[in-house]
Design a protein around this ligand. Structure first.
Ligand code: THU
Length: 147
């Protein structure tokens, strides 16, 4: 397993990933929660794919930013190579956002396909917390369980 806790990004890479997540959050469609979120995924070829949360008048149908980003990745043909993830919440004065439980599982699918343990940057306006996906989702259920 590569990445995750034993891996850190160089500062310029980290800044670029966080900037991409902030830019993605600007496109958030979050009129019901007023909680805009952006996510950015960094792959081992240097590509960054982003997503934002997309809510719905039927509230329970909201899509999280990380899930939208993962849909772009898998839908674009990527199968692994996930090195790092940045998740940002734009709500002023809020603590750094951590991926919800469903998003942890969704991120784990891409990570498991490439046997990486991505570093997750949990970001607020003035704070960054760095944690491995495996720490956010220990003993994860993944593709290998299905044989
Ligand atoms: N949200 C995300 O986009 N990602 C998460 O990991 C947590 C929550 C979104 C869903 C909803 O649109 C808003 O934040 C408030 O829950």
């Amino acid at each position: 397993m590569g990445g995750g806790a034993e891996m850190s990004l160089v500062p310029s890479q980290e800044q670029a990933l966080i900037a991409a997540a902030f830019a993605a959050a600007e496109h958030a469609y979050a009129p019901y929660s007023d909680y805009p979120v952006g996510a950015a995924l960094l792959f081992d070829d240097g590509a960054i794919l982003t997503g934002c949360n997309i809510e719905n008048a039927s509230y329970g149908l909201a899509l999280c930013a990380e899930t939208v980003a993962v849909a772009k990745a898998l839908g674009g043909g990527r199968r692994g190579g996930l090195v790092a993830v940045a998740v940002v919440g734009l709500k002023a004065d809020s603590q750094p956002i951590t991926p919800c439980g469903r998003c942890r599982q969704v991120l784990n699918e891409v990570a498991a396909l490439g046997a990486t343990d991505p570093l997750v940057l949990c970001v607020s306006k003035d704070d960054v917390r760095r944690v491995a996906l495996s720490a956010l989702l220990p003993h994860a259920f993944g593709p290998s369980h299905l044989g």
